[in-house]
Unconditional design. Structure first.
Length: 287
């Protein structure tokens, strides 16, 4: 053992770790059926838990979890198949169980295969929050008069400093509608950004540029989206500027087709992209 190098030792243990995980996944996948047939009893084990622990080194919690998930996936054959074949980890599948339906399971299964565990988590959170937003919107419409959204955001939470506050107070004393002034300013800001983007778009449309996104494009993207992920409810810092139209097909950095995304939403964007491309351009292949 002493004569093998650090890198050899490392690659060996990583390989064994990955193999162990893969085989444990397959072991877990078969457990529900073994439990159903009570094969553990036939072979002299006290319970399915004892069997799973002694033979597979799997804890009681893990067994309970896989049995519960399998139960919930009985009406979703695609996800169910992925679980029992051990194709995808229980950790990933457990995350989509809450949002999976017989109607969406096919699409979800595709995502689960492509995405990391963290990205799957983000995807599920998105799906849940869209659902909540949909419901709460209905609720808010019914009682809209009882709410004053302006009051919800206090000056403090917006981080207004003393200078801004006193200037606003002066405006207010003059009888100027501050909300309207703000809305005008924000509208103007949007228009300015759009104008700059249109100008840049006209310039880059004819170029076949390098992969490097030019500074003026980066600047206007930063001005529009700030430092956070462009997905509206996501508060994570943006990591990548994503080309929403496929870069390899268009080959320019038109800011109208760029969006800064956090790591998880970037992964999701590419997974969706890959699926769409596969359907649309099956004959071309992906790059
Ligand atoms: Zn991207
Ligand atoms: Zn995000």
């Amino acid at each position: 053992m002493e004569n093998i190098s650090d890198s050899e030792l490392w690659s060996r243990i990583v390989m064994f770790g990955e193999a162990a995980r893969k085989w444990r996944q397959k072991f877990l996948g078969l457990l529900p059926e073994v439990a159903r047939r009570e094969l553990w009893r036939v072979h002299g084990f006290e319970s399915v838990f004892v069997f799973a622990f002694k033979v597979g080194g799997v804890s009681k919690e893990q067994v309970e979890r896989v049995l519960a998930i399998e139960e919930r996936l009985r009406d979703k054959p695609v996800l169910h198949g992925m679980l029992i074949s051990g194709e995808v980890s229980v950790n990933k599948i457990v995350r989509v169980v809450a949002v999976a339906t017989p109607e969406n399971e096919q699409a979800l299964a595709g995502q689960v295969k492509l995405l990391s565990q963290q990205a799957v988590e983000t995807l599920v959170r998105d799906m849940k929050s869209y659902e909540i937003m949909g419901k709460s919107q209905v609720r808010l419409e019914n009682v809209s008069n009882q709410f004053s959204f302006v009051r919800v955001h206090s000056e403090e939470s917006l981080g207004l400093n003393q200078e801004v506050v006193s200037k606003l107070q002066v405006l207010k004393q003059k009888g100027i509608d501050i909300n309207e002034a703000f809305l005008t300013f924000l509208e103007q800001r949007d228009q300015d950004i759009q104008q700059v983007k249109e100008n840049i778009a006209a310039e880059v449309e004819t170029q076949t540029s390098s992969r490097y996104i030019p500074a003026n494009v980066r600047r206007i993207i930063a001005k529009e989206y700030g430092i956070k992920c462009a997905i509206s409810h996501c508060q994570k810092p943006s990591r990548n500027i994503h080309h929403t139209a496929r870069y390899s097909m268009i080959r320019n950095h038109n800011p109208n087709f760029l969006a800064p995304l956090c790591r998880q939403h970037h992964e999701i964007a590419h997974a969706i992209d890959a699926r769409v491309q596969k359907m649309k351009y099956r004959h071309i292949g992906n790059t």
